[in-house]
Design a protein around this ligand. Structure first.
Ligand code: SF4
Ligand code: SF4
Length: 307
């Protein structure tokens, strides 16, 4: 029988965010949401994705192998020693990736077994011992629930602290299955208004709101932190946040609520993937007022101490 694999975009080591201590972050590929502010667009599609970083390309005069290799004629020379791509012709065979010596052409996504991911992070037992752990992020971990469950179990058996970051957009059974193996869950509630949520993420938020209620009721022993990314002109008005706070006020067993100020760090990856970044050029938000609002909200909510 074929061994279970998960499709991973990246494993980031020595992170001091996304959970206590020093952590390994495992980014899963594939997400059912398409948030227009997404800073990890390479995690959205569940498929392998060809990316082109023009800064690394050494030019067609010294190389040009991709133009010769691609039978689909995706690449053309633009007259300035650079290549241009017509992605509509690409069949995703990824042959060009193997011949690109400068790694200008590369692929997002690799399939790994549980043991392979575990081994890649295992050399960090010292950091795990210093109250760190592993956080499974994405993309959406619940899209690959069987793999993520197996991976979390593996960490649990050696006493490693486990966390996931989820949109909560999945059948309850899948969230329940994964939650059993978590010490900590970061759960996003981005926008409360249904229509607005649909407009900016591409999905309805009913399941997300139902799942957080069930999660806080059925798993009182898990640390649960709800987070809202605060995006200029989308949900940065105080009333947008207060709507979410009113909803959270009805939940028991919530450990914290975090507001995450917008940053545009992922915009260069949109270019590499041939995607359009719709928020190009919008300014960043002042962090201080958001942190102050967050502190006021924490006092309003019935948050419990760390379990
Ligand atoms: S194979 Fe790579 S380095 Fe060579 S021209 Fe194509 S993209 Fe540039
Ligand atoms: S992945 Fe295949 S079809 Fe697409 S550009 Fe590369 S060689 Fe051409």
């Amino acid at each position: 029988m074929k061994e279970l694999t998960g499709r991973i975009v990246n494993i980031q080591k020595y992170s001091v965010h996304d959970g206590p201590g020093i952590r390994d972050l495992v980014f899963m590929k594939g997400c059912p949401l398409k948030c227009i502010w997404c800073s990890n667009p390479e995690t959205q599609s569940p498929s392998f994705q060809l990316a082109y970083n023009s800064k690394r390309c050494i030019g067609v005069e010294s190389c040009g192998y991709c133009v010769k290799e691609c039978a689909q004629e995706v690449f053309t020379i633009n007259g300035k020693n650079n290549i241009e791509m017509d992605r509509s012709k690409c069949i995703n065979c990824l042959k060009c990736v193997n011949i690109c010596c400068s790694k200008a052409l590369h692929v997002f996504g690799t399939d790994m077994t549980v043991d392979e991911v575990f081994k890649k992070t295992q050399n960090q037992t010292d950091t795990w011992r210093s109250n760190g752990g592993v956080t499974i992020s994405g993309g959406e971990p619940l899209l690959q629930a069987d793999f993520v469950t197996a991976l979390l179990k593996k960490y649990k058996t050696v006493g490693v602290h486990t966390a996931i970051e989820t949109t909560g957009y999945a059948p309850w059974e899948r969230l329940e299955q994964v939650a059993r193996w978590c010490n900590l869950i970061f759960y996003d509630i981005k926008i409360l208004n249904k229509q607005k949520h649909n407009n900016y993420t591409g999905v309805d938020n009913s399941v997300i709101l139902q799942n957080i209620k069930k999660l806080t009721e059925k798993f009182p022993d898990i640390e649960i932190i709800v987070r809202t990314p605060v995006i200029p002109n989308i949900n940065n008005q105080e009333k947008d946040i207060i709507n979410i706070v009113k909803f959270l006020d009805g939940l028991d067993n919530l450990n914290d609520y975090e507001l995450l100020p917008y940053h545009g760090y992922g915009s260069s990856k949109y270019l590499q993937l041939g995607m359009t970044y719709k928020l190009e050029g919008i300014g960043s938000l002042e962090k201080e007022p958001i942190y102050e609002l967050n502190q006021r909200i924490r006092k309003m909510l019935n948050l419990r101490k760390k379990v």
